[in-house]
Design a protein around this ligand. Sequence first.
Ligand SMILES: Nc1ncnc2c1ncn2[C@@H]1O[C@H](COP(=O)(O)OP(=O)(O)OP(=O)(O)O)[C@@H](O)[C@H]1O
Ligand SMILES: [Mg+2]
Length: 383
Amino acid sequence: MALITVAKQQNVIEEVRDQLKYLFLHRKGNDVHAAIQDVINALYSKDEMKPLIKQKSKQGDVWKFLLTLPPGTGFSEFKKKTPLFADATGGSVVIEKRGKIVSMEVMAEELKKNYPFSLFDPEKYDDMYLPLPLGMSAKGLIVRDLTEYPHFFTGGETNFGKSNELHVFANSILLYRPDTFMIIIDPKSTEFAYLEGRALVVDEMKDVGQLLEKLNEELDKRKKMLKAANCVKIQKYLAKGYEMEFIVLIVDEWADLPEDVQDDLWRLLRMGRFIGIHVIAATQRPSSKTFEKFGDMKAMFYGRLSFVVADVINSRMIIDSDEAAYLPAIKGRAIYKCGLETIEMQTLFLDPEDAVKLYKGKASCKVVNPIAINEPRKMLPPR
Ligand SMILES: Nc1ncnc2c1ncn2[C@@H]1O[C@H](COP(=O)(O)OP(=O)(O)OP(=O)(O)O)[C@@H](O)[C@H]1O
Ligand SMILES: [Mg+2]
């Protein structure tokens, strides 16, 4: 029954989408406002149900519209129409709710297919503990602090950009927050080998159990340290002038993790946020099988990013909503979801061969003994 409803909804969106596609491109004068009004008129036949455009402004390439929704026209239903507004304006669109007002931002130019990693300027984000450049959107480059999530998850069909995004995340942390202790579980063995020595790269699945046990020991140790200092979380501990490194665990293929590590993982996910352990995971489909033992493990990943997926079912598995099913088949194109925020973006591109060059002249950390993560790390002199 649910499947039929989903298929029907998808058909309706596809039909309206066909009618509206390229509307804007054929419109004289490229009038974004008129294109949006056309979509509203096409979607809402009754005047009393129509969202009203109250205000419009333009800053640089970005148009901003403020709308009100009449009673009976729900925000989440309106937001689901984002791809239609994007098609009609020939651009990319972000719809958000600010109190009773709905804001719609339209970047009149379509997102490009490639934005380099160099667009990320870390100096702008000095106030963040672990800034992650998520991707370019109609609102510009979206950067968020990993510690706020506290864990981040990315999914999508093979070959559309999950690992690239992990390279972007890993390098932005290692380059600009070099005090972070990073562990990368890399079942493909080749993907992250270039970061060995800067991060602890674990490519043998048999070592994962021991690694997670060690991380849990570290968790217990840190809990005691925080308690002794009368601090409820690492941020308070740091604010008092004590030192504690953030630990970031990156898992490139979550589905490949051994089954017997689930208890340790669950504990890390649940308690990690208070003591500075953050997990970034990627997998094609986060089905219930992938998160086998604990149904609500997925809920611990508050920040989510879905690349292209086959259908709405897969989109829902990753971001709990349909938007990723309507993404164009472009590598690096994704839907970011966190709470009420849903943003289409093009992730930054970073070729690992270029990444290694960025460390020139920077001090880097050396992992002395893999797995024994409590041992102090030695700093290498600048190259
Ligand atoms: N943001 C991006 N911009 C431009 N090209 C990209 C971007 N992200 C990925 N690509 C291209 O797509 C290719 C595949 O990306 P990636 O290896 O990250 O996919 P994946 O989702 O990890 O696939 P798999 O599931 O097979 O591991 C990359 O080699 C790169 O050429
Ligand atoms: Mg990959």
